[in-house]
Design a protein around this ligand. Structure first.
Ligand code: GLN
Length: 288
């Protein structure tokens, strides 16, 4: 960075460098410089004519030019209006996953206020799904699992940050939750669902920095989902809801698997790109 430059100059130079790796270079330049200077974006933009020593920006810019997600550089990211701790290589919270939270909250809101409410979040990662649910459904008992120990730690940190109690344990899907609860009202998951063959076509922001284990699930991307559906059926009460995030073009296939395994009232929710992103269904009532 040159001597004597203003904040406006620094944003312009940084934005030009970021243009090769992002569609929103100006916004990212502002966010990175604001973070480097310990300012909010609004106060940065109120000081455009002030001189700045861009040295503090250099290491952050180098990381971003290596396609590192902003969420990892900042160590936190916003999801569902809440700020979450994020650390590599846990999946950064994505806007489309907010529809998973909305689906669960809409289901819970339609139930009697005094109904028991046990919610499981499988493959919880940073915990953004279960914690956002807990913030908006304070009466829910929350359970979460992930195969990674650092996901369990991060989920617990995020739960603490937002004053939500989550029983979270490391392990495979329901296995670590079984000692705590075996009859859920809701099972939610944003599991790995990317077909292995799609990996090389993904953005380097994902492939260079995020955990492939959180993304890839066999040839058609459904290896984990195929396991979750029957296991969820065993542990949901009659009428309980399973809600899953999906990849593009997986909805029909997953709906068929859910029907085969005793789910009804199957609904898809589109994300803002028009992709069927969330599927939900309720467990068909069985005679006791
Ligand atoms: N939507 C993610 C992506 O951008 C995938 C998340 C997942 O596999 N759960 O690739």
């Amino acid at each position: 960075m040159e001597q004597g430059q203003t904040i406006a100059d620094c944003i312009a130079v940084t934005s030009a460098r970021l243009a090769s790796i992002t569609d929103t270079p100006r916004l990212e330049a502002e966010l990175l410089l604001a973070y480097a200077l310990g300012l909010s974006r609004a106060s940065l933009l109120a000081r455009l004519r002030e001189p700045v020593d861009g040295a503090r920006l250099t290491p952050l810019l180098t990381r971003r030019l290596d396609h590192e997600p902003l969420a990892y550089i900042f160590g936190e990211w916003e999801f569902f209006g809440l700020s979450f701790h994020v650390h590599p290589p846990l999946l950064t919270p994505r806007p489309e996953t907010e529809h998973l939270v909305e689906t669960v909250l809409a289901y819970l809101a339609a139930r009697p206020a005094d109904a028991p409410c046990c919610v499981a979040d499988l493959c919880c990662g940073t915990g953004c799904v279960v914690v956002a649910i807990g913030c908006h459904a304070p009466r829910a008992s929350l359970y979460a699992s992930d195969i990674r120990a650092d996901a369990v730690d991060t989920t617990q940190r995020n739960a603490l940050r937002h004053g939500v109690h989550v029983q979270c344990a490391r392990g495979d899907l329901f296995a670590p939750l079984d000692p705590w609860c075996d009859c859920f009202d809701v099972v939610a998951a944003n599991p790995p669902y990317v077909p292995e063959g799609d990996w090389t076509g993904l953005s380097p922001v994902i492939t260079k920095h995020e955990d492939p284990g959180a993304l890839l699930a066999g040839a058609d991307g459904l290896d984990i989902i195929r396991r979750i559906i029957p296991e969820a059926h065993k542990r949901l009460r009659n009428g309980g809801m399973l809600a899953l995030e999906l990849g593009e073009d997986q909805c029909e296939h997953v709906a068929a698997i859910m029907r085969t395994h005793g789910f009804e009232d199957i609904k898809a929710t589109k994300d803002l790109a028009g992709i069927d992103r969330i599927i939900s269904g309720t467990r068909v009532a069985t005679a006791v």
